[in-house]
Design a protein around this ligand. Sequence first.
Ligand code: ADP
Ligand code: MG
Length: 254
Amino acid sequence: MTGSIIRLDNLTVAYDRHPAVHHVNGVIAPGSLTAIAGPNGAGKSTLLKTIIGELRPAEGSVQHQLKRTEFGYLPQAAEINRRFPISVFDTVLLGAWSRSGAFGSVSKADRERAREALQTVGLEGFEKRSIGALSAGQFQRVLFARLLLQDAKVILLDEPFTAIDARTTRDLIDIVGTWHGDGRTVIAVLHDFDQVRSHFPQTLLLARELVSWGPTEEALSPANLLKARAMAERWDEDAETCQPADRKTARPAA
Ligand code: ADP
Ligand code: MG
């Protein structure tokens, strides 16, 4: 693969001046299918949010020629509020916002495409159901239908299969494969190394710093995995010395 659709140039991202991602360099090739792996707290979600422009780099940059609407983004489940009283169908239609505008009317074609998207994810007949009344797997199918409708060039998924049943995971991995086949660029944070090895040709292994980035088998070599673990243990120890038990301050929920 040649060229780049997204370039990370010495990218450093910090919260209150504490860097969560340090000095990451590399390129995402157009049409590539990349997994982001790494220990908890490695900066994986931070990296995705910076790529889409939700967070600003403290140093370095993310370079691309894409509009915000050309990114499809699925946040980690914990960040999504499901109490909002909205139907499955309307949730999927939100994927058409980039075309209709926040207050514009949704076209007949988009409503038809929303119905097709629900069919594709196996939720035909669920249109009127409230999203609060779905299982975790069904809700994830709805969010994939919304991404289908959005028709984004670059799709970023943050732990899309965590706490999702095996059947749904298989169906949604098939959709990821279809996106890849369409020539879209897909980047997904994943925990399951078997899934990564079976379905993701490229892997970026992150432990605040880049551990490895390239063909999955090399990126996830035993030596690189050991290195990532050692780096995570080191930052746990640092946290201990910086924050003695009696001076622990409340931290925002991750
Ligand atoms: P990962 O997704 O790899 O588990 P995150 O990107 O969520 O890691 O977090 C990386 C580091 O940044 C962690 O130490 C986390 O506690 C910290 N962090 C994440 N979000 C915030 C935030 N909103 N405010 C302060 N610190 C944060
Ligand atoms: Mg995360």
